[in-house]
Structure formats: C-alpha cells, structure tokens
Design a protein around this ligand. Sequence first.
Ligand code: KE4
Length: 430
Amino acid sequence: MNKNDQLFTRAKLAIPGGVNSPVRAFKAVGGTPRFITRGDGAYFWDAEDQRYIDYIGSWGPMILGHRHPAVHAAVLSAAEQGLSFGAPTEREIELAEEIIKLVPSIEMVRLVSSGTEAGMSAIRLARGATGRSKIIKFEGCYHGHADALLVKAGSGLATFGNPTSAGVPPEVVQHTLVLPFNDVEALEAAFKEHGDEVACLMMEPIAGNMNFVRASVPFVKRCRELCTAHGALLAFDEVMCGFRVALGSAQSLYAKEIPGFEPDMTVMGKVIGGGMPLAAFGGKREVMSHLAPLGAVYQAGTLSGNPVATACGLATLKEIQKDGFFTQLNQRTQQLVSGMTAAAKDAGIPFCGDSEGGMFGFFFFPELPQNYAKVMTTDGAVFNRFFHGMLDQGVYFAPALFEAGFVSAAHTAQDIDDTIAAAKRTFATL
Ligand code: KE4
C-alpha cells in the first residue's frame, strides 16, 4: 500500500469516510484520495510526493494559487498579533468596506465562517425581514448544508444520487420550493401560486454545483421581476462565483445584460477568505438592519470576522484588483477549455465546456446542458475514466462530475499546455 492508501485506511478509522467533507473521498470516481502535504503556486504534492497541477484550488478560494507571498506575509503578521479576540477589530471594517466597494448591491455585510453559515443566515434574515416562510431554490444548486436548503442539492448529494439528505425532517423543508433551473414557466407558475408567501429566492448565478451551468439572462431577469412584483428578496449565492468569475462577481456580468440589475442579498465565501474560514452575506441596508443586535433576526459566531482570516481575505482581494488580473485569468481558463475541447474533437469524443473568469466546467456532451436533469444524463463512467487518466498524469480535476474547476493566477500558459497534452493522451484511451 502506498502512503495515500495507508493514510486513507487510518483516516477511515477515525473520521467518517476518512474525510471532513464528502466530495474529497473520491467515492464518485473511485480510487484512493490523495493526501496533500503541501501546495505551491498552481501545484500541490501528495503523500507520495507526486506533484499535481491543481484545478480544485480548495474548491475556489485559492484564486492566487498556493502560498502567495503577500497573502502569507499578511496571515503571519496578523497571527503575530493574536489569533482571535471575540471582540471587534478594525480589519473586519476594512474587509466589509472592501466587499461593499466591489459589490455595489451590498450596502452592509455580516462576516461568518463558512458558506453554509452565510446561506443559512441569509435565509433566516429574509424570512425575518419579510415575515414570510417560503423559499425558492433550484434543482442542482447547492447553498451549503443547512436543513432548509438541503433539498435536491447539486453538490455531494447529487453525486451520490440522493436528492435529499437523511436527517432532514419533512416539516423542515415543507417551505422550500425546488424548481427546475433555467425554467421560466415553472418559475411563473410557482410565483402565481405562492408569490406572496415567498421570503426569498436563492440561486447560483452560474451553477458550479452542476459543474458549470449558467442561469440564462431571461431567467435571471424574470427572477428579478417576479421577486420585485411579489415583495420577495432575490438572493444571489456567489459563494463560488464571488470575486472568481469577475471582480464585480457574477452579478456584475448580469448587470451588463439587464440594466440596473441587482440582487437584494448576496452570499459570499471561498475567495473572500483566501483559503481561511471566512464567508459573508450582505445586502441592502434596510434588509441587513433586521439582524441582531440591531434587529430581531438572531445570528452569531465565535470566530466570525476572525482577525487572521480577515487578513488573508483582505490580502487576496487586494491582489485580484491589480490591473489585468481578470483579463489574464479569463484568457488562461478559456485556453484550457478550448484546448481540451479541440483535443476531444480530434479524438471523436463528444465534449463541451464553458468558463467565466477563473471558473470552468466541461461535459461529455456535444452541447452545454441547461439544467440538472440534463446534467444527470452524463455518462459517469466516461467521466471517471477521464478523471483518473488525468490524475495519473499529475493533473488534478474535481473528483466529481457535478463540480466546477478553477484556474488560479499562478497557472502558467505552460501548465495549461501540459494539461491539454495530458488530455489528448487520456482522450485517446477513452
Ligand atoms: P461551505 O459551507 O462549504 O463553505 O459553502 C457552502 C456553499 C454554498 N454555496 C455554494 C454555491 C457552494 O458552492 C458551496 C460549497 N461548495 C462546495 C463545492 N461544490 C464545497 C466543497 C465541499 O463541499 O467540500
């Protein structure tokens, strides 16, 4: 048994499934998960000291690549001052101000420690602010594992083919309407029947938990109009897209197509923490003012706004604002997707992909799927053979069909070319 096998055997004795988050267990793709010892730039190394080009980036946070000097310097110097105080610090204000500056729809923001916590809190806030109970989410979208949102989630659950989680009592999800993504008709019907009971509609603008499925512009426009018409709050879950697909996040891309478009609330995570436990939810002042200690909606957290995490997040947000950052990241990611698509074509394999900023997805289909039902028809066996073919050549893609991939600023044109060459060789084996 090699070191990864040994570690996995040991891990499974002490930790359920040997992992602290299900998708890491390789259950969907088979084989032994790689136990990572260190990362540097676009790469990380496993317990066998095997190097991989990393296209996970911790599922989004590592947009600068691993061990960015300015980020590590900021984290180490913050740590020198103390790890956590449970009292307000100036850096929390700085990070809040930075998020507000970069995402104009956000007038106030609350920092928390995970995307799940941010999404769960946003739902409670929407319900408290509107006095309503119903929420709308979409099949294939994942907003963290809070009970009310764990219904037909598109991340780990969909990979296990289990549309709802055990342990969620039916009464907890009775207020959660799950609609097909990109389906305006179903949306209209739901609002027609329940519109005035809906507290909020939560959506991933680009569904990275279905690999990579864009909400169409007409669909987003209709979500906005119907929420406005019925007094429901539109919540954009940008935990994955936030500061990843564009500096202004996904909502800035839709605002280019829909004049004046803004969500009422935004949920963020991943990149804003730069790899440390930090997430956030924000929105209009009159909505956010319902939050304790100002208002009646309770929400709290021991490590919320943690001083080391905020230093990491601030240093990360500083770097992504540098000239040309997203232009180059966009180019690199597009180079990857078009190179792989061309290689698949040459091998006669149905394949398509899409990308925005540093986020990408690909499918073994001739054209991009628009919803969860279509994504579910993917041939998982082909995907799994592709995944392992690339892994064996030192290229680490998401170990699950329903996950997006991520390119960092540290990935060079050579890394992309090497990845495409590895894909050529792998396609030939399919
Ligand atoms: P966390 O609680 O994992 O920080 O965030 C939950 C979440 C909320 N919203 C969106 C759009 C998300 O993508 C996520 C988390 N994404 C998964 C990957 N699909 C995290 C990886 C994992 O579960 O291990």
